[in-house]
Structures are given as structure tokens and as C-alpha cells.
Design a binder for this molecule. Sequence first.
Ligand code: NAD
Length: 305
Amino acid sequence: MLKVGFIGLGVMGGPMALNIVKRGFPLTVFDLNASAVEQLTRAGARAAATPREVGAASDVVVTMLPEPQHVESVVLGADGVAEGLKSGGIVVDMSTIDPITSKRVGDELRRRGFEMVDSPVGKTSEHAATGTLTLMIGGNPAAIERVMPVLECMGTDKYMCGGPGMGHAMKVTNNVLATTIFAANTEALAIGAKCGLTLETMMEVMRTTMGWNAQLGVAMPKKAFVGDDSAGFMIKLAAKDVRLAVELAKAQGFEALVGQGALKTLQNAMDAGFADRDTARLLMIREDQLGVKVRPAAASTGKAA
Ligand code: NAD
């Protein structure tokens, strides 16, 4: 059985790593947050003191970290995973990072006799807990095949997106779309509510038009419409994803103007102190700005934690 390592045991990585232990893989973990590590060791994982130790104990090391620079330093930095891995070891990065960094890290790993697969994930922390994430997979076929039993602990919807970095390209493409739609929803609903339309009327009408989208129909009723901005998908991570897309567009030679608008919306929310709250907070911010309630009155008090 493959020996697995896992680094980055946060909102997503914690439950993903638990699912690997539950399937019986020997698992070694590392995170800067001691209580996140403890949850995993209680479930049977072994704690390592550095990413290098995780590499040394593992055939396959999964990373689920916030930003591109974290992946680069944890994998290639001093005391990083690559310093511990044995020849043929594979890093599977499941974080949302840009395809340019992804390719650079992968190329360096391959130069040193290792492999890298990118498999960022779609859906939410609920799906991380149930092992039903969407997996957007990029890499060389032999490496993908070798890590598939580990990936299958975490996700059910698997999409082969192409060679190294293509999973990350797919993820950034998806997230700039999902987040700009979310931000646009909060704007449109606030405009309508300020005119006096009820949420019920707006939803009923838009369900039949080209304005309809899964954020309105699936995501917002669960959090934004019930006033719950407890951290599911944090504003700071949404902003990071959109920033990656805006920068990628720039590197490709064009300005992602819609993305820039969403990024400014998210930046304003972070400046107001909401970086660690769920993106649901964007709707509440609009309500406060306009002095209207989009949400039904019973749900408009907000959730504190
Ligand atoms: P999180 O902030 O909850 O977790 C990140 C974890 O990484 C934390 O436990 C943190 O302590 C750890 N960490 C940070 N730097 C580290 C380092 N140098 N060494 C070791 N550990 C370190 O974030 P999350 O919500 O779990 O998201 C992780 C990734 O998944 C991000 O790239 C995010 O964009 C992506 N993602 C999140 C969601 C979501 O709904 N939350 C969905 C899909 C994808």
C-alpha cells in the first residue's frame, strides 16, 4: 500500500486527509497549526516535524495549502518535501494555484527524479468531508495512475484536464467564473431589493431566464440567504483565486476586466475586516451599504461565528 503524506490540514485538507486514513493508508502529516495536526493523529496519522520528514516517510505527498508561494516553499524550500522524497516520489498538489507556478514546481521536481500531479478540487468543505470532491487532474499519465487510489479517497468526479499544470489551469478558469458570478449576484439582488423587489420574486423570475446560475440556486440559499458567513469559502481565498486569474490573463496579454471588478469587490470586503468570513458576507455588505435587506427578515440577523 502506498505510504502517503499530507501537508495543509485546514478547512479542506483536514477532512481530505481524514478520508485517506479512513481508507487504511499509512499517513504522515504536517501543518503549522498544532491543533489541526492533533485531529489527524487522533485518527491514526503520524505527525512529522517538517515537510522534509513527510517526504522521507512517503511515496506520495499531497499538499493542500493556501497560495502558490506556500506550495513552492513547502515542496522545494529548505527542509521541504523534495529534500526528503526518495527517487520516484510523487507530489500531488491539490491547492488552488496558478498553472505557471504549478509547471515550474513540477518541472523542478522532475529534474530531481520525482513527479508531480496537479489535482485541485471543486465543490465545498462538505464534499471534502464526504470524499465527493470534483478533481481536476493534470500530469503525466503514469504518475496519475499511480496516485489514483489516493485521489479516489477524496473525490468522486474525476476530470483529466491534460498534462502538467492543466488541472490548475482548469481550476483557475472555473473559480474566476464562479466568483465573478457570485459577486454579480450580490450586486444584482441588492439593486432589485433597493427598488423594492422581494428575494422571492427575483428568484422566481430569474429561475426562468439567462440570469439563473448555480450560485443563486445552490450556494446562496445555504449560506448568504440564511445570513451565515461562517468560514466555508473564505473571502481571502476567493480573492486569491480571482487575483490568480487576473494575473494569468495579464501574462496571456489581456485585461480580465470583469475579474478585476470582482477582485475590487473582494478587496473592499477584506479592507473592511472580513477576509476570514465566507463570501456570503458580500451580500450583507451590499445590504449595509444600501440600507436594504435582500434576505427574508427572519434570516437577516447574521451568524456570529
Ligand atoms: P485553510 O486556510 O483552511 O487551510 C490551509 C492550511 O495550510 C492551514 O491549516 C494552514 O495552517 C496550513 N499552512 C499554511 N502554510 C503552511 C506551511 N507553510 N506549512 C504547513 N502548513 C501550512 O484553507 P482551505 O480552505 O483548506 O484551502 C486550501 C486550498 O484549497 C486553497 O488553495 C483554496 O483556495 C483551495 N480550495 C478551498 C475551498 C474551500 O471551499 N475552502 C474549495 C476548493 C479549493
